[in-house]
Design a protein around this ligand. Sequence first.
Ligand code: AMP
Ligand code: MG
Length: 418
Amino acid sequence: MKLITIKEAIDFVKKDVKPIGIEKVLISDAYGRVLAENLKSGSDHPEVDVSAVDGYAVKAGDIADAAEKYYIKLVLADTIKAGIEPGTTLRHGGTVLVFTGAPVPEGTDAVVMREDIQIDGKNILFKKPIGSGKNIRFVGEDFRKDEIVVSKGTTIGAAEIGMAAEINRSYLFVYRIPVVSIIPTGDELLELGDTSPGRFAIRDSNSYTLIGLVKQAGAEFSVCRRLKDDPIATAETIKAELDRSDIVITTGGVSAGDYDFVKKVVPEIGVDVIFHGVLQKPGKPILFGKYKNNRYLFGLPGFPVSSTVGFLLYAYPLIRALAGFSGKELPRVKATLKEEFHRKKGKREELVRVKVDYNIENGFTVKPDTKKQGSGILTGMVGDTALMDVPIGVTDIKKGAEVIIILIKPISSFGQLS
Ligand code: AMP
Ligand code: MG
């Protein structure tokens, strides 16, 4: 097994990856998807000059000399509601009542707010001057005809949906969501609720952790097919799922054990093994392969923390890239280490489980969960956990030092930030 570095492995995974396809969705279903087209407007917005307030359209010059004691009178000539075409042109000595969003009559150069005038029968009294252009939303000030209002590759949020509606689009072209099949392997695995084989069996938690991770990455979970350590069933099931899904994720069966059949059968079913084994801790025996056009296989190790870390480092960015997202990897941020860190060997890059704290003054601060670093210790992953990236060759990090952490959960799921 030739081991490569994490960086090399990530580069292999991301190499030549393109979004898998495009589909049409209603704008009301587009939240969180990635836009696969440039959104262009067919007209200016606003289409005409409109009033930004409820008030009186004036020629600024007519009231240039107005003052509290020397008010100026203009004659009310018309009223215009929003959505109605003006029937009048504004003339010197006249004013027109306009409501918010209403088109201003031709010849207007400002709108005086209702609060700033007094009414005297048919006359409107102005007590101060106004700058030209005030309280008018000019034609095209939001966007122009043929302007790109949302660019291809943008993740669609609420504002983008609103923009689509503003330009009269009821549907959008977005990138297709990758579909993922999960195949946990191992004679020892127990389904939920099954107690028959007693305490020597192992509850299959990986399947469920992975369903959560698939959701976190924005992919679609297809099916979970739990397998015994059996080479024929392993080969047939992996192949069948590769033919149906974009990504197949197995757990177990990739290390050096006699019953580790995943790594043995994978080359026989037409998977091109790109790497098997990364200089990382946890999760060293991870396997990555490509199948036909744009199909991918991750053989994750069986231990719950190893498989989770393997997913986050490699499957996560692959899913994001296939789904068209621009930010592909999980965010890496600087943090201050609150306790010194020591390890015996520095041969592998280590992803140390740390508990994270955040506040405005100190930014991110982290504490390694020293007793919770085993590959099988899933309790080390729950709660406000991040992964501290300890490079190859580093064995000691001083208290107070700046470290790099990987935020493995969305910010909104950190207890103190939500
Ligand atoms: P393996 O990589 O197949 O040698 O598995 C290593 C260890 O990971 C096993 O002995 C189990 O303790 C654990 N394990 C394997 N598969 C699962 C699973 N689906 N859920 C939870 N733990 C697992
Ligand atoms: Mg096994």
